[in-house]
Each structure stands twice: as C-alpha cells, then as structure tokens.
Write a protein that binds this ligand. Structure first.
Ligand code: NAD
Ligand code: UGA
Length: 430
C-alpha cells in the first residue's frame, strides 16, 4: 500500500521503517528540515537497536523516503499521525501539532484515504478529527502506540495488542490490512475507548512503579528486601512481575505527561482518579527521599557535597533525557548547594541543550565524575556501571557513599572496594 507517516520521532520513524520493511511504499514527512536531511542521508537521529540497519535497507530498496512537504503524501491511502502531544502547564495535552498535521492532510489527501491517530491524544480528539474531515471522503481512526523506547523496533514487530478505535468499519479494515496482523490480538472499539485505554495503560504502569517505590521505602525501614517482596508479588499472575522495580522515579517523554493529561480529563469530567494523583505525588517525593538518604549517610553537609550522578537518561538503552529523574533530582541537589558532576555512557548522543540547562557538570568519564565525590548516585540501570573498576573509584573517592537507586550493583563488591553501599528498599538502604 502507499503509506504516509507524519512526524519522524520515536514513534513515526519506527513505524515508517517497519512499514517500509514490509514492502509498503512509505513517505515520512517532518517539519524539521534538518531531521529530514539527516534521515535522507541514512543517519538515525535517535538511538534504537536495529534502527540504523532498517533505515539503510529501506532507503536502499526505495520503499522509504523522507520529505518536508505534505504534498508528497497526496497519493497515500493511509497516513499515520505521530507528532508530539506535550503537556501544557496545567497538565492538559497540547494537540497543536496534531491539529496542524490534520489541517495539512485535509488539504492534501484524496477521498478514501484513512488518517490514523497514533499520537497519544485526549479522549474526543479522533472524533473531532472525524467531524473536521466530514464531507471530504477521508476517514480517521485512533490507533494508539504502545512501544517502549530502546525496544521500539522489537515492539513494533511483536506488539502485545493492536488497538483500533474506529467509528467506521471500512477504515478499521484498511488499517488492519496495513498491519497484516498474524497472531497478534486486534482490539477494536470506539475511538473514545481506544484513546482512554492508552492513557489508562500508561497510568497503570506509573501506579505500579510508584507502589514499588513506596514499598521499597518501607522495606528499608522494617528490614525487608524489596526484591524478595516484588518476587513474591510478581509470581501471582494477577499482579505480574513487570514494572515492580524500584528506582529514582518514573520519567521519560510519556508516563509523566500522560498521567497529567489523564488527571486533566478526569478533572474536566468530575472524576478524581486519586490513584493516579497519588502515584504522581509519590514520584515527585522520590527527590526528597534521595535528598534525605544522602543527608543522613554522607560525612559532611549536602550544601558543600560533591555528588557524582551515574546515568543521566531516564532509563537504560536510550539517549533520551526528556523528564529524566536523574536531571530533576540532580537539579534539586544542586539547589541545596551540592556540586553535581554527571556521567552517562551515551553522553555524546544526549541532547546537549537539555544538559546545559541542567545544573550538572557532565563529563565523559565515570572515574572523573566520581573523583573526590562524597556520594555516587546510580540513577540509570546501565549494565556498564557493574563493570567499572570500583577499587579505582574508591581510591579517588574514599569517603563516598554509593546510593544505588536501581539496585544495579553488587553490594559485596562495592563494600569490598571499601565504599559504603545503600540499596533502594534494602538493608542497609533507603
Ligand atoms: P518525538 O518528539 O520523538 O517526534 C515527533 C516528531 O514530529 C519530531 O521529529 C517533530 O519534528 C515532528 N513534528 C512536530 N510537529 C509536526 C507537524 N506538525 N508535522 C510534521 N511533523 C511534526 O515524539 P514521539 O516520542 O515519537 O511521540 C509522538 C507521539 O507518540 C506522542 O503523542 C507520544 O505521546 C506518543 N507515543 C510516544 C512513545 C515513545 O515511546 N516515545 C510511545 C507511544 C506513544
Ligand atoms: C512507556 C510505556 O512502557 C510504553 O508502553 C508506552 O508506549 C510509552 O511509555 C509511551 O506511551 O510513550 P517508555 O516511556 O519508553 O514507555 O518507558 P518505560 O520502559 O515504560 O519506563 C518508564 C519509566 O519507568 C522509566 O523512567 C523507567 O526507568 C521507569 N521504570 C520502569 C521503573 O522505575 N521501574 C520499573 O519496573 C519499570
């Protein structure tokens, strides 16, 4: 089929290369001219396993091309809208980019075309788009995306489910044909249910992690081990073992903004969603937990401390620092007077503007970041941190306490190197 994709970010680019790989003639349009040039040259602007290879092969085969012009989508039968829907200051989702894209598609596409809303949009958005396209012969359906950054290509190829929210069976059938779904469960429902199901899923993941973080705090106080508690909970299939890992808090470009947007939808409709609000409070409180743990465990005051932040991205496997707990908590530490130096294995690929706006002095060497540190905080679960020479680090920062928010390191090895170790939800821990 002739496929269009609007937005060449994590979702759009992944969708475009995977659809092109399946043989669909795919055109991906983005308003960022530099990004279009980079992609046309075969360079992946984001760090996703398998992406460079797929980009190269689909460009070579001619099944994929990039453009800055919406006119190049004119002949497309199906167009996926994958543009950002960031938070406004009041928490609501800003759908300006979706509106702009739909306006362009309205002017460009032929009757019979299907516009697919892959961006995460508030309930009612797809229905608004359907109304806007009324009389043009162009249909619109909701098809929320569930991919995870750092597993984007894998998730596109092996989705748990494909969600189609449609008011129009023909449009839903066309979309199902594009996916050619095989064994994957296809869930069809109204656009409103599909839109809400996406927010509900992300918010549930956030609630689950916040619960794990609260339990971790309790574990360290009562002498329990959160890994054992989570192991038992996860063995119950009704609970499931995923998303029970404590950490510095959940971040990234989606869970924070989507929980805020869901609360906003609740507020507008007189529903409180207290569980989601509480999960967000717990998440914000992670900074206080870490500040308190450092204040209690370091030899000197936080106001004059040197702190090394190990890991700056919001999770391992990505160079994305959007809404990263590492940056948020480091900024808090700096606001209390600490000097924070940060290291990340993907430093070179991290957005430098965001780093410059933070209070972190970033260095491309873990040993340099840790030099003379009073504390080393492991924020991101990069496996590389396990392989560092902890004896060398102890030699350069003999008084440092290691606060391992991800329970990544081997406590015995850290202690053996001569450093104090605190795990998250462990004894000793915080
Ligand atoms: P992104 O920021 O990585 O990329 C968005 C791209 O859209 C950018 O390249 C930008 O230049 C382009 N763009 C912006 N406005 C445009 C316009 N009017 N026309 C054409 N291009 C435009 O965003 P993303 O992470 O891919 O997220 C896109 C949407 O998908 C959001 O609604 C997000 O919530 C949702 N989502 C994201 C993920 C994820 O893991 N990142 C997963 C599921 C759903
Ligand atoms: C999340 C969802 O997992 C995807 O299904 C969804 O499509 C996407 O949001 C979206 O809508 O954009 P992603 O943002 O890539 O994907 O990140 P996750 O892997 O969900 O992690 C989110 C945050 O939770 C990270 O900061 C991570 O470190 C943290 N986390 C995750 C924990 O602290 N503990 C866990 O057990 C799991």
């Amino acid at each position: 089929m002739r496929i269009g994709v609007v937005g060449a970010g994590y979702v759009g680019l992944t969708s475009a290369v995977c659809l092109a790989e399946r043989g669909h003639a795919t055109v991906c349009v983005d308003v960022d001219a530099q990004r279009v040039r980079t992609l046309t040259a075969g360079e992946a602007p984001i760090d996703e396993p398998g992406l460079p290879q797929l980009l190269a092969s689909t460009l070579r085969d001619g099944t994929l091309r990039f453009s800055g012009r919406f006119e190049d989508l004119a002949e497309c039968e199906v167009v996926f809208v994958c543009v950002p829907t960031p938070s406004r200051p009041d928490g609501s989702a800003d759908i300006t980019a979706v509106d702009a894209a739909v306006g362009q598609l309205n002017r460009t596409l032929h009757p019979g075309a299907v516009v697919v809303m892959k961006s995460t949009v508030p309930v009612g958005t797809t229905r608004m788009v359907i109304d806007r396209l009324h009389g043009t012969g162009i249909s619109a359906v909701s098809n929320p995306e569930f991919l995870r950054e750092s597993h984007a290509i894998y998730d596109f190829r092996h989705p748990d489910r494909i969600l189609i929210g449609a008011a129009d069976d023909r449009a839903a059938d066309v979309l199902q044909t594009v996916y050619g779904v095989g064994d994957t469960e296809v869930l069809r429902m109204s656009p409103e249910s599909a839109e809400l199901a996406k927010y509900a899923s992300n918010a549930f993941l956030a609630v689950k992690i916040s619960y794990a973080n609260s339990l971790a705090q309790l574990c360290s106080r009562v002498g329990a081990d959160v890994a054992d508690v989570a192991r038992c909970m996860g063995a119950d299939v009704r609970i499931g073992k995923h998303f029970l890992q404590p950490g510095p808090g959940w971040g990234g470009s989606c869970l924070p903004k989507d929980t805020a947007a869901l609360l906003d939808t609740g507020r507008r409709n007189g529903v409180e969603l207290a569980e989601v609000a509480s999960a967000r409070d717990t998440n914000l409180g992670q900074a206080d937990r870490i500040v308190a743990a450092l204040s209690q465990s370091m030899a000197g005051p936080l106001a004059t401390a040197r702190i090394a932040a190990f890991g700056l991205t919001f999770k391992a496997g990505t160079c994305d620092v959007r809404d990263s707990p590492a940056l948020f908590i480091s900024d808090r530490l700096a606001s209390l007077g600490a000097q924070v130096s940060g290291y990340d294995p993907r430093l070179a690929m991290i957005d430098q503007d965001t780093l410059r706006r933070s209070s972190i002095g970033a260095v491309d060497d873990a040993y340099l970041a840790a030099k003379a540190a009073d504390a080393i905080v492991v924020f991101t679960e990069w496996p590389e941190f396990r392989d560092l020479d902890w004896f060398r680090i102890a030699g350069q920062a003999p008084a440092a306490v290691v606060l391992d928010t991800r329970n990544l390191l081997d406590p015995t090895e850290i202690r053996h190197a001569g450093l104090r170790y605190l795990g998250n939800g462990k004894v000793p821990g915080f």
